[in-house]
Design a binder for this molecule. Structure first.
Ligand code: SF4
Ligand code: SF4
Length: 235
């Protein structure tokens, strides 16, 4: 239930390979040679830093589409993390998925689909075990201040929204079809990232540096004028 900094992780799970190249996220920082990296990707990624650590790949997005019909990865990533650790049984993992999703008020069939997804992810992942307790971190461990009852991390750098290119989070890309679009501006209003602007004729223009692929615009468009494509650069 905690959130905060982990300076020397035994293992790291990355939901999309594009984050490996993200200079703000730096997911590999603090990993040692005996750390394990799991990357959600159907194919291997070739970058220099990955040669020094153990990398495991799995196409969790593909499995989520197969079982749930959406790229919702929390149950899948959680199951992989449990199996990697070597500490949590299949029964406990599936029980936790069921319990957490029931708390959110999801319908029974959605919960069951997520349980089946978690089960396949768990069974298809090898267990690597956590690094030994005698591991000495390279960094000085500093106390992280928390607010409230549960962990809430401090913001270390404020006022940087425009610099943070959240386009690298995107798994699915929205594409406006101007033949169907009526320039009604609804997508422009609904985009939570404010990354849709309007051109001189009122048609939407998506800023892909900042569009994180939530697909709210696709859902809200009354003309079904925004189609969706899976990002191909990483998948
Ligand atoms: S996918 Fe989300 S972030 Fe991207 S343009 Fe649509 S509403 Fe905005
Ligand atoms: S909501 Fe659909 S029809 Fe309206 S401006 Fe956006 S893409 Fe065009």
């Amino acid at each position: 239930m905690e959130r905060g900094h982990i300076f020397n992780p035994s293992y790291v799970l990355v939901t999309t390979p594009s984050l490996l190249f993200d200079m703000t996220v730096k997911p590999l920082e603090g990993m040692a040679e005996d750390s394990v990296l799991f990357v959600n990707s159907p194919k291997e990624v070739s970058i220099e830093q990955l040669k020094k650590i153990r990398v495991i790949y799995g196409d969790l997005t593909g499995l989520a589409l197969k079982y749930v019909g959406k790229d919702i990865l929390s149950a899948a990533m959680g199951a992989v993390a449990c199996k990697l650790s070597g500490l949590i049984s299949l029964q406990s993992t599936l029980g936790a998925v069921e319990e957490e999703l029931a708390e959110l008020g999801l319908e029974t069939d959605i919960i069951e689909k997520n349980v089946q997804l978690a089960k396949e992810c768990y069974l298809s992942t090898e267990s690597v075990g956590l690094r030994g307790l005698n591991h000495k971190p390279l960094h000085k461990v500093v106390e992280v201040r928390y607010l409230g009852e549960k962990g809430i991390p401090d913001l270390l750098s404020v006022g940087n929204t425009a610099l943070r290119k959240t386009g690298s989070w995107r798994v699915f890309k929205p594409i406006v079809d101007k033949n169907l679009c009526t320039a009604c501006s609804i997508c422009y209003i609904y985009c939570p990232e404010a990354c849709i602007s309007l051109d001189e004729r009122g048609y939407p223009v998506i800023n892909y540096d900042h569009c994180k692929g939530c697909l709210v615009c696709t859902t809200e468009c009354p003309r079904n004028a925004i189609r969706v494509e899976r990002e191909t650069a990483w998948s």
